[in-house]
Ligand binder design. Structure first.
Ligand code: GDP
Ligand code: IMO
Ligand code: MG
Length: 426
């Protein structure tokens, strides 16, 4: 039996979906443990492109796929995603939804949008999927859980109480029209019927699989720098994308985790607002965006691009306790004359070995770079590390040296087989 947690080590979109799909074949279960449909995981297999938001990427391999308690679920959006999945030839009977996961209601999306408008130039740049307001209700103990959907009287009372408060906000603060509690309640009841066959106690189900010695893969969403506690707060998401989030968000013991694989892009991207010390706003940034097709899966927004930031990924190595790294999108760097790696930050003239909590301090940090020669060859069909151009090998080796974690996979293209396996882990 082995368990593998897959996490993003930067600001999301590192290629977690592609690598999860690679492991899904060997797994008996794939589990999403945090986030919601703010995530967009693209998996390309042959001619088919799959875009997952809430459903674990394991479903392509018909591996039992679990939406665990730590996630927030928009029921209507999930039903639409299940429909899209079925049209794509995938099988919904492998899907399980935790009865303890929280619901994103229409008013969460509305508040997310209004918050962003209110914050104006200080906005977070959220996906406007209602993620923050849904997690806020969970922590505030007035959230609606999946199990509540099957107790109509309780559900009605919760919706009425929440909508009464939201309507005060809407009418008194935002000067907007109130929303109708009955409409929301009716829609939730209808959605609940559709989702009923998938609902179960995921934590208990995973416990049974662990006892049977099965392989379980935990598929993270977002990345360490978007973690609510450790990311570039407040420019973060509202959950824990780091490995600790997997145990809380799936209801398994930390003792059950064997391996932790950090998905790391060969450069850096970020969507939304917030600090990005190695950002390139020049033609090199544009080159990375075009070469890497860096446009959001969920919102279509252009992703900000920049050089690899080892200060960020070293921090992610420590927070996650990474045992391995999968380096993705190495092929995107093709054609650059020189490539830079930020090895560390300097603050007030001296190197620092921690990631600043204060964004004021972070803005004062200077990124210190090393420069590498690039390569021109197409590497997307290469299957072994030794066949890579020497300059690409040097780049990867230097990253491994800086991060002090074995790079076990090098991904050289979006396709399933554009993957160099150095150590398969499972
Ligand atoms: P995720 O959110 O971490 O799953 O990543 P996304 O799916 O949002 O973004 C990664 C994008 O890069 C997707 O479109 C993938 O198909 C693609 N991708 C993944 N690995 C590679 C790679 O090694 N090379 C290239 N060129 N594209 C890749
Ligand atoms: P995957 O799983 C990249 C970003 C948003 C915004 C911030 C808060 O595909 O890597 P939210 O809607 O979560 O409240 O937005 O987090 N964000 C992501 N960026 N990839 C993601 O997911 C993201 N999910 C949220 O752009 O800056
Ligand atoms: Mg993504």
């Amino acid at each position: 039996m082995s368990t593998l947690v897959i996490v993003g080590t930067q600001w999301g979109d590192e290629g977690k979906g592609k690598i999860t799909d690679f492991y899904a074949e060997k797994a008996d279960a794939v589990v999403r443990f945090q986030g919601g449909n703010n995530a967009g995981h693209t998996v390309i297999v042959g001619e088919n492109t799959y875009k997952f938001h809430m459903i674990p990427s394991g479903i392509i391999c018909a591996t039992p796929s679990y939406i665990a308690n730590g996630m927030v679920i928009d029921p209507s959006a999930l039903i639409a995603e299940i429909e899209t999945m079925k049209k794509g030839g995938l099988h919904a009977e492998y899907l399980y939804i935790s009865n303890r996961a929280h619901i994103i209601a229409p008013y969460h999306k509305l508040i997310d949008e209004l918050n962003e408008i209110r914050l104006d130039e200080n906005k977070i740049g959220t996906t406007k999927k209602g993620i923050g307001p849904a997690y806020a209700d969970k922590v505030n103990r007035n959230g609606i859980r999946v199990c509540d959907l099957y107790e109509p009287a309780l559900l009605e009372e919760k919706v009425n109480t929440n909508v009464a408060y939201i309507n005060l906000l809407l009418t008194k603060i935002y000067h907007r029209a109130p929303i109708d509690a009955k409409e929301i309640y009716t829609q939730l009841l209808a959605d609940a019927e559709v989702l009923k066959p998938y609902v179960c106690d995921v934590s208990t189900a995973l416990d049974a699989l662990l006892k049977q010695g099965k392989n379980i893969v935990f598929e993270g969403a977002q990345g360490a720098m978007l973690d609510i506690d450790f990311g570039t707060y407040p420019y973060v998401t509202s959950s824990h994308p780091i490995s600790g989030g997997a145990t809380l968000g799936a209801g398994v013991s930390p003792k059950a985790i064997d391996y932790i694989l950090g998905i790391t892009k060969a450069y850096t991207t970020r969507v939304g607002e917030g600090p990005f010390p190695t950002e390139l706003t020049d033609e090199t940034g544009e080159y990375l965006r075009q070469q890497g097709h860096e446009f959001g899966t969920t919102t279509g927004r252009a992703r900000r691009c920049g050089w690899f930031d080892a200060a960020v990924v070293k921090y992610a190595v420590r927070l996650n306790g990474l045992t391995h790294i999968a380096l993705t999108k190495l092929d995107t760097l093709r054609g650059l004359k020189t490539i830079q790696i930020c090895t560390h930050y300097e603050w007030e003239g001296a190197a620092i070995d921690y990631y600043p909590a204060s964004l004021t301090q972070l803005a004062q940090c200077k990124a210190v770079y090393e420069t590498f020669d690039g390569w021109d060859e197409d590497i997307s069909d290469i299957k072994t590390f030794e066949e890579l151009p020497v300059n690409a090998q040097k780049y990867v080796k230097r990253l491994e040296e800086l991060l002090q974690v074995p790079i076990s996979i090098v991904s050289v293209g979006p396709q399933r087989d554009s993957t160099i396996i150095i150590d398969p882990i499972l």
